[in-house]
Structures are given as C-alpha cells and as structure tokens.
Design a protein around this ligand. Structure first.
Ligand SMILES: *Cc1c(COP(=O)(O)O)cnc(C)c1O
Length: 462
C-alpha cells in the first residue's frame, strides 16, 4: 500500500511514513494510491462485532505491513479502553429514521479522540522500534489540541506543541490543553484565529531545515491516519442500521473536512452511503463552494460552534484531488490561487463533488433553537456543533432513508452556549470534574513564524 501526495510531486510513502510525516513536502496531503474495498459479505460480517474488531477489519488493508496484526490489535485495545461508553460510538434515535451517533465519550469529550487516541498508540509503537524522537506541532480550533495532548502526554519520544487562537476557544477546551502537567506538553496561545494557527503550522512544515532539525510530525486532521481512524464509525453505525443491505445517509458538522472525508472513504470502500451532507455554521465557505464552485475565504466570524469556525478547510484538497481526476498539477494550481485570494472549482470537478456531497448551513439563531427544541422533544442535550448538523439533516434528509447525524462533542464542552440556548447547564462527567481546580500553563505568542520556531527549538526536550 503506497501513499501519494495530492500535489503530485512529493515522494510516495508507506503508511508509517505518511502517518509520521503529516503534510507532504510539496505542500500536499497524502492519500492512498488506491482504496481497498470490502465486499458486501465482509461488511455484513461486521454486524454484532465490537467497535475494536470492526476497527481492525476496516483499517488493516490500509496499513501495508507497518505493524503486525498483534501490534495493531494491541494499539486499538489501548486506544479505546479509556472511553466512557462500552459501545464507544453509541447510536441514539431522534425521530423516525433519524439517528444521532454519539462520538463524544472519549477522554476529551469530542470525536477527535477516536483518531487521536489511536494514532498516539500507533506513533508510540512505531517510534519505540526505531528510537526516533519527534516534535508534534498542531493547530487547533479547540478540540484537536486537547485530544492530541491527551493522546501524547507523557511519551518519552514525543514533544507536543499546540497552537490555539487566543481568546477563541471555550474555557473547557482551553483548560484541557493548559492543565496537563507533563513536561512534553506545550500549549501556545497565538494572537490570531484558527486559520492563522493552521497557516503557521503549515509554514513550519514547509521550512524543511526546521522540519528536519526538530523531527516535525503532524497530527492535524490532514494526517491520513486520523482520517482513516474516523472511517470506522461510519461502518459500525451503518451496519447496525442494516447496511450493506440498505442505503444509509450521514450528516456531518464540518470544519476542516476531515470527518466528512472519512465518510467519503467509507463509501469508496463499498459502504452503501446515500447522501453525505456537509453541515456548516455561519462560516459557510464549504456550503457556498459546493453550491457555486467559488472558494473565496472572506474572514472567520466567531460562532457558538467554534470548532467549525474555519475558512481554509484543509482536507477539502483531498476531495478536490479525486474530483480533478487525481491531477496533482491542477490541485497545486488551485492552491496557489487560494493563496492569492480564492479559486473556482472547474465545472467537471464541481459536478463530481455535487454528486457526492450535499450541503447546508445553519445560523446562530437556528443553532440555539435546535438545541432547545431537541432537548424538549427528545431529552437529548446537543452541543452547538451537533445542533448545526441536526438542523441541516432535518432539512435535507429523505424520510425513507435512515439518516445518521454525527454528534461531535459533549454539550459540557460548551456549557455557556448550551445553557443560553436551553436553560440547562450541562455538567462534566465525573471523571473530569476537577478541571477547573487545576493550574494552567500556557505561553502567549505573536503571529510570528520565527518567534514560534524559536520557542519550539528552545522548549523541546530532545
Ligand atoms: C473538529 C470538529 C468538527 C469539525 O470536524 P472536521 O473534521 O474538521 O470537519 C466538528 N465538531 C467538533 C466538535 C469538532 O471538534
């Protein structure tokens, strides 16, 4: 199994190298040279299996010999042992043929734990064989950072630096990043928004001298291993509702396009997915692009669903790559145009994208109203991201096809917004009730690449 870059010129890599590298050296993202498929029979056989066993069967064909079966099974077992729900990703019914997939039972209460906990284990397994030391640098709009810190804290061969937009993450999100005491954890509050943080991380990866000096590794949602880990719950949930003998649709609250892209991979692997609905908040660049073909960032407007406050949606490049017939040169050209302000998806590619993805937008008002209404009609208290998706799913779903809407965070991660909308203040699960008693450790930094690189050099322990 080989991995190729969406911009066509970086060297082909194995799964292990694609996982440890993150961003390709030509600025592109790694994707498998081809997508393995599961037959209807193999998919049917997933019925009734544990989350862990399904994880093994779905991911194994992509790993290309990086790990032994026994190593990989061990990583999976350790990754999900700390989840607060035996099903890992339980499904709850909201209405006839509308289901909510609860992806917030991991250690930091967001779906990012599914991928991050697993790649923490995979990194450790790979690095312990080579003795290599690495520096993980990641940008976060709130949830990736805490999930990465939780997955890599205390590891000997790894330092973790997380850049988050100062003042733009919730108190719970910030505290999850700033309160771990491990010496290898470094939280950096950057003066800027999420796109700024993500741009500086990309700059560090493109500074090859720095990249090699500190052994830079990326765990942002551009990391292929993360996307792959997220493919698993599309299978577990769809199979529990009757796939492969029945079509199932999904709605995904979308920011960086990682989670929805995992759904696209599940579909390419053979899972009969009907609609794949991209749900955005008021930062609706993806909805506009999928509707008109114009991709023109015009500034992030902070919302009550901050993990989706994104205008430069990294994983969209992977979808574009396929829609453009895997023409890396064409992708590179559009990405150059993006640097200069925006691009227009060529007509044929837009049509290809529209056949795969449907999209909708949910305003702040609608998000609050949906939180309140679902609480009344179902008893389910939604986080604002999940509410965005439920609203869009209700609008776009076909009543005859089961719709699974992804609930990406626990409401207690966004207590102020949830309380303002519903009058109910969601409490943290008991296992993290002391979060507000702990001391915070954070470094404020300007939006200055040289200063951030100096800080990384200085703080890393290797
Ligand atoms: C990261 C995140 C999203 C967006 O996921 P993408 O993979 O970036 O599209 C949605 N909701 C929550 C709670 C998140 O943390």
């Amino acid at each position: 199994m080989k991995y190729i870059s969406t911009r066509g010129t970086a060297p082909e890599l194995t799964f292990q190298d694609a996982m440890l590298t993150g961003l390709a050296r030509d600025g592109g993202l790694y994707v498998p040279a081809e997508i393995p498929t599961l037959s209807a029979e193999e998919i049917r056989a997933l019925g009734g299996l544990s989350y862990e066993e399904t994880c093994f069967r779905v991911m194994w064909p992509f790993l290309g010999g990086t790990f032994t079966e026994e190593e990989f099974r061990g990583c999976i077992a350790r990754a999900y042992a700390g989840f607060g729900h035996a099903a890992r990703a339980p499904l709850v019914q909201l209405a006839p043929n509308h289901f909510l997939l609860e992806l917030f039972h991991g250690p930091t209460l967001a779906f990012k734990d599914f991928a991050m906990q697993l790649i923490g284990q995979l990194f450790q397994c790979a690095l312990s064989k080579t003795g290599q030391k690495i520096t993980i640098v990641g940008a976060t709009s709130g949830d990736t950072g805490s999930a990465a810190i939780e997955a890599f804290r205390g590891l000997d061969n790894v330092d973790v630096f997380i850049l988050f937009p100062h003042g733009r993450v919730s108190d719970v999100q910030r505290r999850q990043m700033t309160t771990p005491e491990d010496a290898n954890v470094h939280a950096l509050a950057v003066d800027g928004d999420f796109d700024t943080c993500q741009a500086r991380v990309k700059d560090m990866f493109n500074d090859f001298a720095f990249r090699d000096e500190v052994g830079l590794a990326g765990v942002n949602s551009i990391n292929w291993a993360r996307v792959l880990a997220q493919v698993v719950y599309y299978f577990t949930s769809a199979v529990s509702l009757g796939a492969p003998d029945r079509e199932i649709s999904f709605t995904v609250p979308t920011g960086n396009f990682g989670d929805i892209f995992a759904g696209y991979i599940a579909k390419k692997m053979g899972l009969p997915i009907g609609k794949l609905v991209v749900a955005t908040n008021q930062n609706d660049i993806l909805h506009r692009c999928l509707t008109t073909g114009e991709y023109k960032p015009d500034g992030v407007v902070p919302s009550i669903s901050p993990s989706m406050d994104i205008q430069v949606s990294s994983n969209f490049e992977r979808a574009l790559f396929d829609a453009l017939g895997r023409d890396g040169k064409a992708v590179a050209q559009l990405m150059d145009e993006l640097k200069a302000g925006g691009f227009t998806v060529p007509q044929g590619a837009l049509q290809a994208l529209q056949e795969l993805f449907t999209s909708g937008r949910c305003s702040e008002e609608e998000t609050r109203a949906t939180i309140a209404r679902l609480r009344e009609t179902t008893g389910e208290l939604l986080c604002p991201h999940s509410a965005v998706a439920v609203k869009v799913a209700e609008e776009l779903r076909d009543p005859a096809t089961p719709m699974i809407t992804l609930a990406t965070a626990h409401p207690a991660k966004f207590p102020d917004a949830v309380e303002a909308a519903s009058g109910i203040r969601p409490g943290l699960p008991p296992r993290m009730a002391d979060l507000f008693d702990k001391e915070e450790r954070v470094t404020r930094v300007a939006d200055d690449l040289a200063a951030i690189e100096a800080l990384v050099r200085d703080r890393r322990r290797a």
